[in-house]
Design a binder for this molecule. Structure first.
Ligand code: GDP
Length: 172
């Protein structure tokens, strides 16, 4: 990982394609140059929450062909952010399986999970309760998890979510 990112806690962003990860990252990091790690080709940027708090965010996608490269990230990962498209209930079972798979990784044992129910600006989007039921979050008893609704497109709910993640990292 690049030297400029070495001090901030590493947060990994995942989710199915089209969940809104790249929109979210560019919304959060507006005005900053987004880097793409030359060796592995993922988007990365540092989010400054206040003078003393920053997080390095890695968008590692969720596509199967990328899975072999996940190992580069998971070792240093201190929180997982899983983004779902809350306007697409039909894809929730797929999202549930993807989440279950990644959380099964030894290296992520015990780290906090933040589920972002994205696209809350769209009509009929699932509530956070529906999202947590669909993803079967109650079954994750050995870690802190939380669901927050957001709109990456409109920039709603993002700051709060990442402040909360940062607090959880500090606690754990
Ligand atoms: P990724 O594949 O997870 O990186 O998803 P993208 O960031 O490319 O987003 C997929 C599509 O969803 C794009 O057309 C975005 O403009 C759209 N999108 C992302 N976030 C939101 C949101 O909060 N609300 C709405 N309405 N559309 C969104």
């Amino acid at each position: 990982m690049g030297q400029s990112h070495s001090s901030a806690p590493q947060v990994v962003l995942m989710g199915l394609d089209s969940a809104g990860k790249s929109t979210l990252l560019s919304r959060l990091l507006t005005g900053q140059v987004m880097e793409t790690s030359p060796t592995i080709g993922f988007n990365v940027g540092t989010l400054y929450l206040d003078k003393k708090t920053s997080l390095t965010l890695w968008d590692i996608g969720g596509q199967k062909r990328m899975r072999p490269s996940w190992k580069f990230f998971l070792d240093d990962c201190e929180a997982l952010v899983f983004v779902v498209d809350s306007s697409e209930p039909a894809r929730m079972p797929e999202a549930r399986k993807a989440l279950q798979k990644v959380l099964g990784d030894e290296r992520l044992r015990g780290i906090p999970l933040m589920v972002l129910a994205n696209k809350k600006d769209l009509p009929h989007s699932l509530t956070i309760r529906e999202v947590s039921n669909q993803l079967d979050l109650q079954s994750y008893k050995d870690r802190l998890w939380e669901v927050q609704a957001c709109s990456a497109l409109k920039g709603l709910g993002l700051q709060q979510a990442f402040v909360s993640i940062s607090k959880r990292i500090k606690k754990s």
